[in-house]
Write a protein that binds this ligand. Structure first.
Ligand code: SAM
Ligand code: CA
Length: 237
């Protein structure tokens, strides 16, 4: 399989090797990627912020998790053009739902025609907003506590711990909260002075998040080095 229009997407990732990243995508990910997702990835590749899109190898893990737990009610924080959103919508049953939150509706609308064509728009409740007020509003109603099976967080890194606290109340015991970019391009293991200025603040937030979840007794965790680092948290109490 050749890398065509989607190639600008590719970065060397945590493996720090284009060849190895390409190998994984070429052998295991792209041949099984549903065609609407491939189309969305190719459309996104033409957008200037395309590196924001969820890495397809991380997407493959998420799809597997969603199916393993038979997720029906999910939350997504950080939509962009909708790669992870469409992936979620394709991985959950016909009558399942996603609350998808992003203050940028314009980028969501880039992928929306593909989501519509794939016949999964009815599963999505897109809320054009910052995520914290939406989560706080959900939590004002006690009936929303512990009703979600799955949440995916891929937005402002400075709020990861704030999202974590709220999602731990919204997601049921046994449910999953998955956080993207938790290795932040590998910079978490580099001295701060080696990191470019524009990455420092988020790096600090990610390090604080990683330290905090590593000792959080309410969850089990697995940090997988796929894409840019994917931390899977399973609520256990
Ligand atoms: N998961 C997306 C995908 O697969 O294409 C990528 C998300 S992108 C890395 C981050 C997104 O978070 C952007 O679309 C941005 O508008 C959104 N965002 C930034 N701050 C946010 C906030 N406070 N609440 C919700 N979304 C936010
Ligand atoms: Ca991301």
């Amino acid at each position: 399989m050749e890398f065509t229009t989607a190639e600008p997407f590719l970065h060397n990732g945590l493996l720090q090797s284009f060849e190895l990243t390409k190998y994984i995508l070429k052998t295991n990910v792209y041949p099984r990627e549903p065609s609407p997702l491939k189309e969305l990835r190719e459309v996104t590749a033409k957008h200037p912020w395309n590196l924001m899109s969820t890495a397809p190898d991380s997407g493959q893990i998420m799809g597997m998790l969603l199916k393993l737990i038979n997720a029906k009610k999910t939350i997504e924080i950080g939509v962009y053009t909708g790669y992870s959103l469409l992936l979620t919508a394709l991985s959950i049953p016909h009558d399942a739902m996603i609350i998808a939150i992003d203050p940028n509706k314009e980028t969501y609308e880039i992928g929306l025609p593909i989501i519509q064509k794939a016949g999964v728009e009815h599963k999505i409740n897109f809320i054009e907003s910052q995520a914290l007020p939406v989560l706080d509003k959900l939590l004002q109603n006690k009936d929303n506590e512990g009703i979600f099976d799955f949440a995916f967080v891929d937005a402002d890194k400075e709020n990861y711990l704030n999202y974590h606290e709220r999602l731990l109340k919204l997601v049921k015991v046994g449910g999953l909260i998955v956080f993207d970019n938790t290795l932040w391009g590998g910079t978490v293991a580099q001295p701060e002075e080696a990191v470019s200025e524009d990455r420092k603040e988020s790096r600090r937030s990610i390090i604080e998040f990683n330290n905090s979840v590593s000792i959080d007794q309410r969850i089990e965790i697995a940090l997988t080095p796929s894409g840019d680092g994917l931390t899977i948290c399973r609520r256990i109490r």
